[in-house]
Design a protein around this ligand. Structure first.
Ligand SMILES: O=C(O)CCC(=O)C(=O)O
Length: 256
């Protein structure tokens, strides 16, 4: 990460990291993802779900309409994904913000099909992570297709990671398990269009989300969520399981 990227991240809560994956790697990830997606679609496998579906039933999960698929923890499924969280550019970017000791919370692939890709509700990642302090966690989001305003690129509210909790940050879980924000002034949101293989890094308190994908192109992306090693959760728990949340450099947990 350059000093300019670090400054941008600290000021806006989001920074463009430029290219982190070659076209060949993006292609290999998309091929493997398609195999996993096809094998899991319509099964009760909890690794894959449509997060906007009313339930986990095969019928709801495969119904056309409002679709936003999520494959959780692909790094458990194939070395092609394990290589991603250990990718040099990604590890260095984490170290630049969080210091030497960093561990995985989880990774995921998002897939919004062409035509009926759902919106991503406006949210803050730390409402899911529950890290204390929130500064200790961040997300790197890598586009696996060119992502623009037509096919649901991410939109951010720059600087919102510094807003006090409460203002623009009241959550509403509604009928789903998603924790989204109740009121967001959409005029303050900025689109972050990026090419396939390029990445964004964002703070765990920055407001972000995406509009639906009504275009004739799908939009896939890979999200990696990490935390400074040993960070507790707000409920007093932590990320203490090496198998589930390994350090990025393979060192044992909690050894400084
Ligand atoms: O890909 C998306 O639309 C949502 C991703 C996201 O919000 C995240 O990775 O924090």
């Amino acid at each position: 990460m350059t000093p300019q990227m670090i400054e941008e991240f600290q000021r806006d809560g989001v920074a463009r990291l430029g290219r982190v994956l070659s076209d060949e790697t993006v292609q290999a990830i998309n091929t493997r993802f398609k195999e996993l997606f096809d094998a899991k679609t319509g099964t009760a496998d909890q690794g894959l779900r449509n997060i906007t579906a009313a339930s986990n039933s095969a019928e709801d999960q495969t119904a056309p309409g409002n679709r936003h698929f999520q494959l959780m923890n692909p790094w458990h499924m194939d070395p092609v994904f394990r290589d991603l969280y250990q990718n040099d550019a990604i590890v260095k970017a984490h170290h630049a913000i969080l210091g030497d000791k960093v561990q995985l919370i989880h990774d995921q692939i998002f897939f919004k099909p062409a035509g009926d890709g759902a919106r991503s509700q406006w949210h803050l990642d730390n409402n899911y992570f529950q890290c204390d302090p929130p500064d200790n966690a961040l997300t790197i989001w890598i586009a696996l297709d060119d992502a623009d305003q037509e096919n649901s690129c991410l939109w951010y509210m720059p600087g919102s990671h510094k807003l006090p909790a409460g203002e623009s940050k009241i959550v509403d879980t509604g009928s789903t398990k998603l924790i989204h924000l109740k009121e967001v002034d959409e005029s303050k949101l900025v689109p972050y269009e990026i090419k396939a293989g390029h990445a964004l890094m964002h703070h765990s308190l920055v407001v972000h989300g995406a509009y639906p994908n009504h275009s004739d192109r799908c939009r896939r992306s890979y999200g990696i969520h990490c935390v400074k090693t040993g960070t507790p959760k707000l409920d007093g728990g932590g990320f203490n399981n090496f198998e589930a949340c390994p350090t990025l450099d393979g060192t044992p947990l909690h050894k400084d």
